[in-house]
Structures are given as C-alpha cells and as structure tokens.
Design a protein around this ligand. Structure first.
Ligand code: HGY
Ligand code: MN
Ligand code: MN
Length: 417
C-alpha cells in the first residue's frame, strides 16, 4: 500500500531518549528517580537546560509571572494563533524521570524533527513548561496553568506556602524565574499534552497509545483537627481529646466511601502532619489532605459532601475540633472530540495499537481545555507505577507516543512547505 503523504514521518526516538536521560540527571532522587520539586534550585537548573535546548532549536522563549516557559517556533501566518504543546518539568519528592518531563521534551522533539525536515507550518508551535503542575510543594496542583486559565488569582498563587512556610512568590523570585509576561495574555489555537499513563491499563491491555477522551474530576480537602496535647502515658483513655484517633477513623471512613462508589472512584490521604509530632505527646493538631477523584460529576459531589459530613460527626463524637478547606478542585474534563479523533487517526496511520482512556491523574490540559480545544496522548508505564522513583517506560513507548503527537500537531498546525 502506498504510504500517504508524510505517513512515514517519525521523530528521532534516540534523541528524545537522550534528552530525557540528560534532564533526569538534574535533581536526582535516592532510588533512580527524581526530586526536582517546583521552584527549587534543581527546578531552576532543569529550566536552564530546557531553555538552552530551545535556543539551540531556534525557538523564542517567553516567561510569565508564574514562571511558566513558552518556547515558540514561528509559523508562516503572523495572525494564526499558536498550537501549544506542553506539560511540566517539576517532579514529586520521590518522582519518576518521565511524569511531565516526557511531554515537555516530546514537544521539543516535534520542533527538532520539523527543523530536520525543513517543514514550515501555518500556525506557530509553542512548547510549554508549566510551573508547579505537581502541587506537591505548593498546593494546589496545576497552579500556574490554573492562574493562566483564570481559575486562581496571581496573588492567591504567590501566597501559597510550602511546609516550611516559604511562599510561591518569594521562591519564584529567589530562583530567578519570575517572568514579565502577564499570565493568561497568550491565546491558544489548540493544546496537546503527551504524558505517561501513570496507571496499569495500557500495559495490561498491550496497547501502545492511550487516546485520552476525558480526565476525572478532583477535590483536595485539607482537614485541620484540633485535640489536646497530653502525656501518652499518664493521661487516662477517658480523658483524651485525641485528634490522632479522629484522623485514623476518618481515614477508614474515606476508604469506605470510595469503595461504596465503585467502580470508578478513588480517595485517600498522602500527606499528614502531627503536631507536636512527639512520640509521647498526644497530638494537639493533625493536618491532612483527602484526595478524591472520579470521572462522574455526581459521584464527585456526593463523595465530597459525605466525607466532609462524616468527618465532622467523627470529630464531634471525640470532642475534637474540625475545620475543612478546599485546596484543590476541578470538575471532570471532556477533551475536544476533533483533536481526540486526530490522535486516534494518527495512531492508526502509524500502525500503533491504541485504546480510548480516561486520565486518572490531573494535568495542565484540564485547565487548558477551558481556553482552547485540548487533548492528551498517553504511553504505557511499567506496572502502572508513577509518583514513585521506580517509574519506568521503554524508549520505544516514548517514541511511539511522540510520533503520534508529531502527526496530530502537524495536522493541526497545517503544513505549508
Ligand atoms: O495530582 C495529580 O494528578 C498530578 O500528578 N498533579
Ligand atoms: Mn504529570
Ligand atoms: Mn505527577
């Protein structure tokens, strides 16, 4: 069968993999992954490497007031809005080498391949590194893309504090990546994000590409439980105001609520702080965040209401104070059907096996979808492991998804010559 025009175009998978391994050397973890948390010196070093590569590829880089980086390859039509291709270079404290990084460097690989082939496009193409996608150091997740989409104000974002009490605004200035562009002033024609699945489905189904149709919605509820500090040895059980016990009962309840909402709902706690956190002092305060997610709007609203109400009941029964703050939220997202079909047909054209999939993790694409037609592409990851230094993909998987990204972006940016 004669190949359609451009059908056999492929990116340079070895160059993509080499760039991933080069970036992985910055902010190394202790078990083979990465600890390149947002607005740390390691994050800054990774940004400088990305900027150098963008300069070498002939891109023009702008930085906005949240530190997000936009590297643009010009199109032939000065009035055509850019196609944005992005993700994030920041990682979890015990993160992998690919979460976010794959999408940014695959965007750069698309540019490098266009340069190799001397292809011009009508629309400019802008590779994007969103600041603070992870929300690990400064909650919420997707903070910079949230400001870009008008979800959060710049002041709110600048005031977000890390566990050491440092603010986003101060840290952004300290690392020297406070840009001058107004956040959100840029307009998009379309947005693509290529990402590892971060779950087990594609590998289990033996599919090379995930055609992402939706992203599940999320609530992050931060609870502050107030008990009474007391001696763990000399305080009778009947005299305790035990915030630690309340935390344990709430944890069990959260698990039960999520199990009642099966299939397709998750909830749990990844972070908790006990104060004074001394082994022989009953905690005066326990602060923790419940992370709940589901593709169903009804289930999301129901879980949030039930978990908050039942937590208050648990605390009341123990005489423990309970305050709740929503520190992260987005409703379930439906990606643009036209772009989703473009991804699917690119996978078909390239001969890659694929399946439709809903994203379990949140992504900057969830906010970009508020501004312009957006969609995502997934590649499998080994044993579905992510947010873990053992996160692993194959160079072949990485390249396959980048090929699909290349063709979907090219079709959207319109080849001119
Ligand atoms: O939490 C998330 O889904 C993303 O990794 N920030
Ligand atoms: Mn990510
Ligand atoms: Mn992540």
């Amino acid at each position: 069968m004669v190949a359609a025009p451009g059908e056999n175009l492929r990116v340079n998978g070895d160059r993509l993999w080499d760039s991933l391994m080069e970036m992985a050397k910055i902010g190394p973890g202790i078990a083979g992954g990465n600890n390149r948390q947002t607005l740390t010196d390691a994050d800054s070093e990774g940004r400088h490497l990305f900027k150098r590569w963008c300069d070498e590829a002939g891109l023009t880089t702008g930085v906005d007031q949240m530190g997000t980086m936009f590297a643009t390859r010009p199109g032939t039509d000065p009035d055509a809005l850019p196609i944005y291709v992005g993700s994030h270079l920041d990682t979890q404290p015990t993160g992998g080498k690919y979460d976010g990084v794959l999408g940014v460097l695959a965007g750069l690989e698309v540019i490098r391949t266009l340069n190799d082939l001397g292809i011009q496009t009508k629309h400019p193409i802008t590779v994007t590194n969103w600041s603070n996608e992870e929300g690990a150091r400064f909650a919420p997740a997707m903070l910079a893309s949230g400001v870009f989409a008008g979800i959060h104000t710049l002041d709110y974002a600048y005031g977000r504090k890390d566990p050491d009490g440092k603010t986003y605004g101060d840290e952004l200035k300290r690392i020297g990546w406070l840009g001058d562009e107004e956040v959100g002033a840029r307009k998009m024609h379309a947005y693509f994000e290529y990402h590892i699945e971060q779950g087990p489905i594609l590998e289990a189904q033996n599919r090379q590409i995930g055609v992402v149709t939706h992203c599940q919605g999320l609530w992050w509820l931060e609870f502050t439980l107030t008990g009474r500090e007391a001696h763990t040895g000399s305080t009778p059980m009947t005299m305790r105001v035990n915030a630690g016990l309340a935390f344990g009962r709430i944890l069990e309840m959260v698990q039960a609520v999520a199990m009642e909402e099966q299939p397709g709902a998750v909830a749990g706690v990844g972070q908790a702080f006990f104060s004074p956190n001394s082994r022989n002092v009953l905690p005066g305060k326990v602060v923790f965040t419940v992370d709940m997610r589901t593709p169903s709007q009804d289930k999301l609203d129901r879980m949030r209401a039930k978990i908050e109400a039942e937590a208050r009941t648990i605390c009341e029964a123990l005489g423990v104070g309970c305050s709740v703050e929503a520190v992260g939220h987005f409703d379930p997202v439906t990606f643009d059907p036209t772009l989703v079909e473009r991804v699917r047909s690119a996978a078909d054209k390239l001969g890659y096996s694929h399946m439709d999939i809903i994203s379990g993790a949140g992504h900057d694409a969830c906010w970009a979808a508020r501004l312009a037609p957006s969609t995502m592409i997934f590649c499998p990851c080994v044993n579905g492991v992510s947010h873990n230094e053992a996160e692993e993909i194959s160079s072949e998987w990485a390249a396959n998804g980048c090929d699909v990204l290349f063709h979907a972006v090219l079709e959207t940016a319109e080849i001119v010559g």
